[in-house]
Design a protein around this ligand. Sequence first.
Ligand code: SF4
Length: 72
Amino acid sequence: MTEPPSFDPAVGLCSLCEHARIVRSGRGSSFWLCEQAAEDPSLRKYPALPRTTCHAFVRGVSEPPCEGMGTG
Ligand code: SF4
């Protein structure tokens, strides 16, 4: 069962990023891993959070459809 991704202010951009993965330790802790760091040496594998800016951010969550679309 998967939860829909949602913005987490404690995590910042990574919570919505396509490159982010949550890694859970055996002790129940969780870490945010940046998969893009393997290709971009300017990124950290485990970014300092909250991440407020990132040049490599790619939105992994589609925007909800806008309400009140124009009727002409
Ligand atoms: S690319 Fe940036 S925003 Fe995306 S997971 Fe990595 S550090 Fe976070």
